[in-house]
Design a binder for this molecule. Structure first.
Ligand SMILES: *Cc1c(COP(=O)(O)O)cnc(C)c1O
Length: 397
């Protein structure tokens, strides 16, 4: 028997791995020191734990510990990277290049900087969700200080060509920042091999606790400078002040270690489960995959169920299946996903999408259960759709 609801919303957040929770517990109670207090053993123990976690985070992405700045999550890391570089490189220029399908934490930060005099280029994407490298290169001008392109998209799992992007960035001497909140711990990622200068991470997307993340900041070839966005005690080498959240940092470190050990095996296992889910649902007919099927995270499937409204579909399954529509609800109206619109989806398909994000604890039984639940709901809703009935009649004629 499958325990419902089945959780397939792992791109929104993941459960904490029990081993992560275990690693954190002593740092709430007996080891409660402030890692900045270096006059007694409580502080030393806390600092040692933070140093160890910093090594674990660095190892996952091929960095050195000094390049890791702990933040409250990827949103803050995105803000620190973009605002921090913009302010530090004002002498060079005010131009930033990003992409229409970035996370809101990147897009809204860019919008904010536009009010501070920044000039922003928002690159479009092809129907597979990937940017065009020639358009990127053409957008670079002498004032360009930063290229901000995410590693993998949160709604579709589409991977951007980061190595090709960094090759261009290097040649044109522009810094390259990548939001890797969805990619880190899921695919092999290495800041040196990938040529990344700044990288945003979030613990709760990789089986760690919420409210902790990091910004990787390259120290050599080139050395990246940043203006801090949080001023105070000068923590994190003056880049992010505030008493460190030691238990969360310990858990984040453990989460990185565990993820690093499992990347390859999990990619294979989840890829098979994802394909099992996708093949079955596509079998319903008039079901389409959104984003690239070739360059994609193994655990993500974003599907459009033609002739079914996603919010209706969600209402009919969400007692048993936890997924997301990938559409942002504004207060008054339900807007279709801006990411899917950027892929060029027509409204009817953008309004009929669901995002399935599998995870470490997803089982084959759960996938088969979800296929049954979703298939039944889609068939029923299509039978009830008068518009579809009309289409079918016209087809017969
Ligand atoms: C979740 C997510 C964020 C925000 O991360 P938080 O740690 O929740 O602030 C940023 N970017 C991407 C791509 C994400 O998926």
């Amino acid at each position: 028997m499958v325990k419902s609801p089945v959780y397939l919303d792992n791109n929104s957040t993941t459960p904490c791995d029990p081993q992560v929770v275990e690693s954190m517990l002593p740092y709430f109670t007996e080891n409660y020191g402030n890692s900045a207090s270096q006059t007694h053993s409580f502080g030393w123990v806390a600092k040692e734990a933070v140093d160890h976690a910093r090594e674990q985070v660095a190892r996952l992405i091929g960095a050195i510990p000094e390049e890791v700045v702990f933040t409250s999550g990827a949103t803050e890391a995105d803000n620190l990277a973009i605002k921090g570089v913009f302010e530090a490189y004002k002498m060079k220029g005010n131009h930033i290049i990003t992409v229409e399908t970035e996370h809101k934490a990147v897009l809204d930060t860019c919008r904010h900087l536009e009010k501070q005099g920044a000039s922003i280029t928002y690159l479009k994407v092809a129907s597979n969700g990937r940017i065009n490298l020639e358009e990127l290169e053409a957008a670079i001008c002498p004032e360009t200080v930063l290229i901000a392109v995410m590693y993998a998209n949160n709604e579709t799992g589409t991977l951007q060509p980061v190595q090709e992007i960094s090759e261009i960035a290097r040649r044109r001497r522009v810094l390259f920042f990548s939001d890797a909140a969805q990619a880190a711990g899921k695919i092999d990622l290495d800041v040196d091999r990938d040529g990344i200068d700044l990288l945003a991470l979030s613990a709760h997307k990789m089986y760690g606790p919420k409210g902790i993340g990091a910004l990787y900041v390259r120290r050599r070839n080139p050395r990246v400078t940043l203006i801090s966005q949080m001023d105070g005690g000068g923590h994190e080498r003056n880049r992010r002040s505030g008493t460190l959240n030691v238990p969360a940092i310990v858990g984040f470190g453990k989460a990185c270690e565990l993820a690093g050990q499992q990347i390859e095996a999990e990619q294979v296992r989840l890829g098979l489960l994802r394909n099992r889910l996708e093949t079955s649902l596509i079998g319903l007919g008039d079901v389409y995959v959104n984003g690239s099927t070739m360059h994609r995270l193994a655990h993500v499937s974003n599907l459009s169920f033609n002739f079914v409204r996603n919010e209706v579909l969600l209402t009919s399954i969400n007692k048993n299946v936890a997924v997301s529509s990938g559409s942002a609800c504004t207060s008054a109206s339900i807007e279709p996903s801006y990411v899917l619109k950027a892929l060029g989806l027509e409204d009817n398909l953008a309004y009929s999408s669901l995002r399935f994000a599998l995870g470490r604890f997803t089982t084959e039984e759960e996938i088969d259960y979800v296929v049954r639940e979703v298939s039944n709901a889609v068939r029923l809703l299509r039978e009830m759709n008068p518009e579809l009935a009309e289409v079918m009649i016209n087809k017969e004629i």
